[in-house]
Write a protein that binds this ligand. Structure first.
Ligand code: PLP
Length: 389
């Protein structure tokens, strides 16, 4: 019996989706009773419209955008696609090697910008590539979802400006975790997702810099919503929750999360793990831990049986564990198949490291035995690994 047997699941998968913030839940529920369509002219429509615009203004304020430059959509997969199709259709496209599939799938013929061994973008190669491409669109994530590694966006934006290129920033994982204003740094557009910052699933936004607002061609046409830039009735309850989540998202929480993450990482390293990307600047809540000898899938399942929710590098929608292009791009080789992502939610408890590490040490012992080809009797194994398949 572990001391945590029978406890609630320990949720350490915030980069997949954050825990809903109470203010977001309240705003979402209240907005469910707003019957009107924001496009209708009658009183109920106007009330819905007013809530929509209030939410837009709050989101714009938070990210340093003008309200008219916030284009609501279903989430960041759509926001990334909107930027790539809407701003990049007549431009050569360059994407970072560790971009999310939302970007990779929207730009299948893009030129890839390699990353350094620590996962940060290779600025010298970006400079060289931009010198050969006229007026390119560069897509770069602010922080990586698998490793938490933060890219030097300010430097990339300067290179883009110097070469007449424009920059789209996927700020999904950075929002509310890092204190940056990407539009002020020179980005042409920024993708944000509500459910990655403690809001509801199903809402996101593309923030467009004023200089590019008129150039954005719609990806989805229809009833003229969002100033003709994204057709379809807005998901008002999710958007109201999105704005409320931002109101209560405190960057002050970040130091506490970093301390919890560091405790997890130190304990895991003592047990034999390698912390991927740890030499680079990283998100405060994320660590990517490779345990040589044990597949990521086995680790995720074993931890799940111990009531701990983490992800392998990248999980596809079928729930299967796909090989991580992020870790491959960082040159991890065979280690790429042995890495899990631990990402603390905004409301992580102070007991999270102890509980995680109790289970992780058993996993690490199992990996060690596997590496050494060590085998004990089934009885002895059952004692050492009570909850592991
Ligand atoms: N970009 C990054 C960096 C992400 O981590 C994700 C989701 O995992 C997305 C884009 C897609 O976001 P959404 O779930 O809102 O479509």
């Amino acid at each position: 019996m572990t001391p945590f047997a029978g406890a609630e699941p320990l949720y350490l998968d915030a980069n997949a989706t954050e825990t809903l913030r109470p203010a977001a839940r309240a705003a979402l529920i209240a907005a469910l009773d707003r019957v009107g369509n924001p496009a209708s002219v009658h009183a109920e429509g106007r009330a819905a419209r007013s809530l929509l615009e209030k939410s837009r203004a709050a989101i714009a304020r938070h990210f340093g955008a003008r309200p008219q430059d916030v284009v609501f959509c279903s989430g960041a997969t759509e926001a990334d696609a909107m930027a790539i199709h809407g701003l990049g259709s007549n431009r050569p496209i360059l994407i970072g090697a560790t971009e999310h599939d939302a970007v990779r799938a929207a730009a299948p013929n893009a030129t890839t910008i390699p990353v350094n061994a620590d996962g940060t973008i290779d600025l010298a190669t970006l400079d060289r590539l931009l010198a050969r491409q006229n007026g390119a669109l560069v897509c770069l994530m602010a922080a990586n979802n698998e490793t938490g590694v933060i890219h030097p966006i300010a430097e990339a934006a300067s290179l883009c400006a110097a070469h007449g290129a424009i920059l789209h920033v996927d700020a999904v994982q950075a929002a509310c975790r890092l204190d940056y204003d990407y539009l002020a740094l020179g980005a042409a557009s920024v993708a944000i997702s509500a459910h990655k910052l403690g809001g509801p699933k199903g809402a996101g936004a593309l923030l467009v810099a004023p200089a590019h607002a008129d150039a954005l061609a719609p990806l989805i046409r229809g009833g003229g919503q969002e100033r003709g830039r994204r057709g379809g009735t807005q998901n008002l309850p999710a958007i109201a929750g999105f704005a409320a989540a931002l109101d209560t998202a405190q960057l002050g929480n970040v130091a506490r999360l970093a301390a919890l993450r560091d405790a997890i990482e130190a304990g895991a390293r003592e047990a034999g793990a390698i912390a991927v990307g740890a030499d680079a600047p990283r998100l405060p809540n994320t660590t990517c831990l490779a345990l040589p000898g044990l597949s990521a899938e086995t680790q995720v399942i074993a931890l799940d049986l111990d009531g701990i929710c983490v992800s392998a590098g990248s999980a596809c929608s079928s729930g299967k564990v796909a090989r991580s292009h992020v870790l491959d791009a960082m040159g991890l080789g065979a280690l790429a198949g042995c890495a899990i992502r631990v990402s603390l939610p905004w409301n992580a408890s102070d007991t999270a490291p102890a509980r995680f590490l109790a289970a992780y040490r058993r996993l690490a012992a199992r990996a060690l035995r596997k590496r050494e080809g060590f085998s004990t009797s089934p009885e002895a194994r059952a004692v050492a690994e009570p909850a592991i398949i």
